[in-house]
Design a protein around this ligand. Sequence first.
Ligand SMILES: Nc1ncnc2c1ncn2[C@@H]1O[C@H](COP(=O)(O)OP(=O)(O)O)[C@@H](O)[C@H]1O
Ligand SMILES: [Mg+2]
Length: 191
Amino acid sequence: MSNSKNKFEGKHSIVIISTSYAEKKIKKEFYSNFLKEEMALRKLQNYHFIPKLLGSDHNFLTIKMEKIEGVNLLTIIKLYRKRKISEDLILSIFKIIFKICFVMDLEKIYKDEWNRPFKHVIFAKESIKIIDFDRSVFNTSKKNTLQFLSFVFGFWKMFNTRQFFTYLYEFSIFYEKQIEKYQSFFIDSPY
Ligand SMILES: Nc1ncnc2c1ncn2[C@@H]1O[C@H](COP(=O)(O)OP(=O)(O)O)[C@@H](O)[C@H]1O
Ligand SMILES: [Mg+2]
């Protein structure tokens, strides 16, 4: 819910956007959400797809981060529904989001909420950015990619087919193996 365009009040937090940064203040009853958001941002700092972490305060439960300006996925989807952008373009966008999900799976950070990615995927000037990590789960076998894949199937209304479930099941087994291979590569690699 938005009070004005510089202040967003969500279930867990209030986000204030100032001229040069964004500050997310988590409500005091959601301390674990504060820890999750901070840890996810910290662990992913080397990647370009998240806001830079500028500071955090464990007493006030505030997280200061890079301000992300751009158009969100909801706007892009609405343009697609109005046929203002092509199916090819939306597919390319989904492919980039899949890559981000893949990286997060390798890092074993499950963001959750890929079933409703509308406001958390932002098309900023230089790249696609992802925000809102306060529900993250760490060191889990849950996969961002699979959750996003379900969203994509739902998007094209391909949900209720038997084929979909068979495909999703087979893909999840295949994907699990891929992730394991990549992870062992990182561990074994001398570089
Ligand atoms: N780094 C940021 N830069 C710009 N806007 C942001 C940033 N982080 C959050 N916002 C805005 O605040 C809204 C709520 O943030 P979010 O992290 O989703 O809070 P909550 O987890 O409480 O729902 C977002 O939808 C977005 O509009
Ligand atoms: Mg949230």
